[in-house]
Design a protein around this ligand. Structure first.
Ligand code: ADP
Ligand code: ADP
Length: 223
């Protein structure tokens, strides 16, 4: 599902954020990307979502070659990827329901389908009773659940998360982890960037560690 071969990412200015990354993540896997602040975790996610392009090497996601993907194909390419952010990136003047419905509206889902899909997503994250509320009235953990519902409402085969528990205490982090494990058990490929070692220990999944832009450890690498 994700394959990187000798991938480098150099930012304008000459800084190598990723160096010679070789990585293969199969459909249905769940893995963590870890490493110090500045190690290149977000850059790796930005390559996978085609926000940034590799400077060198070959990278493919969902069978699309990222170095050759035409700009106009990127919106279509992203429909296959759900993204969860540390700061949720919710629209605070819209209800929980409207926030979760947004990706469906953007992708032109049939109007009659939308309520069903939104409620199915809210049910998965345990927020069915909060659909009429505004995000500001929710706790941090609940806001993150709305972000997760929005990420999965289009049923993407690949779910990415960038520090999804960064602002949460350990009990809430565990609940969020359980949601990701649930999606994984339903066949979704899950990739979580985090420096939360407690989360990684508890999940007992593949760990991909970056150190100054290099792959320092990969417990799931097949050589
Ligand atoms: P992490 O997510 O592990 O904290 P990042 O991928 O955000 O690491 O950043 C890796 C390195 O690349 C850092 O040194 C950061 O300063 C640098 N970097 C990130 N984005 C840019 C950018 N747009 N331009 C230049 N340097 C960047
Ligand atoms: P950072 O954590 O370095 O500040 P952002 O918060 O902008 O970066 O984004 C975090 C991650 O979310 C990015 O690495 C990228 O993979 C993903 N992302 C950001 N914007 C989009 C978008 N419009 N579509 C898909 N994925 C996105």
């Amino acid at each position: 599902m994700i394959e990187f071969i000798h991938v480098f990412k150099r930012y304008p200015g000459g800084f190598d954020a990723l160096r010679d990354i070789n990585l293969r993540i199969e459909a249905g896997e769940m893995a963590f990307i870890t490493g110090h602040s500045g190690a290149g975790k977000s850059t790796l996610l930005r390559l996978i979502t085609a926000i940034e392009r590799p400077t060198r090497g070959e990278a493919a996601v969902n069978s699309k070659n990222l170095t050759k993907l035409p700009r106009r194909r990127i919106p279509w390419f992203r429909r296959e990827i759900g993204v969860v952010f540390q700061d949720h990136k919710l629209l605070f003047d819209r209800t929980v329901y409207d926030n979760v419905a947004l990706p469906l509206i953007v992708t032109g889902t049939d109007d009659k389908e939308i309520p069903k899909r939104v409620r199915a997503a809210l049910e998965m994250v345990g927020l069915l009773d909060k659909e009429r509320m505004l995000p500001v009235t929710l706790s941090g953990g609940e806001q993150q659940r709305v972000g997760i519902a929005r990420a999965v409402v289009n049923k993407p085969p690949l779910l990415l998360a960038d520090e999804p528990t960064g602002n949460l205490d350990s009990t809430l982090s565990d609940e969020i982890l359980d949601l990701f494990l649930d999606f994984h058990h339903h066949g979704v490929t899950v990739l979580i960037a985090t420096h939360d070692l407690h989360l990684i220990d508890r999940a007992r999944r593949r760990v991909i560690e970056l150190n100054h832009g290099e792959l320092a450890r990969d417990t799931g690498a097949k050589t």
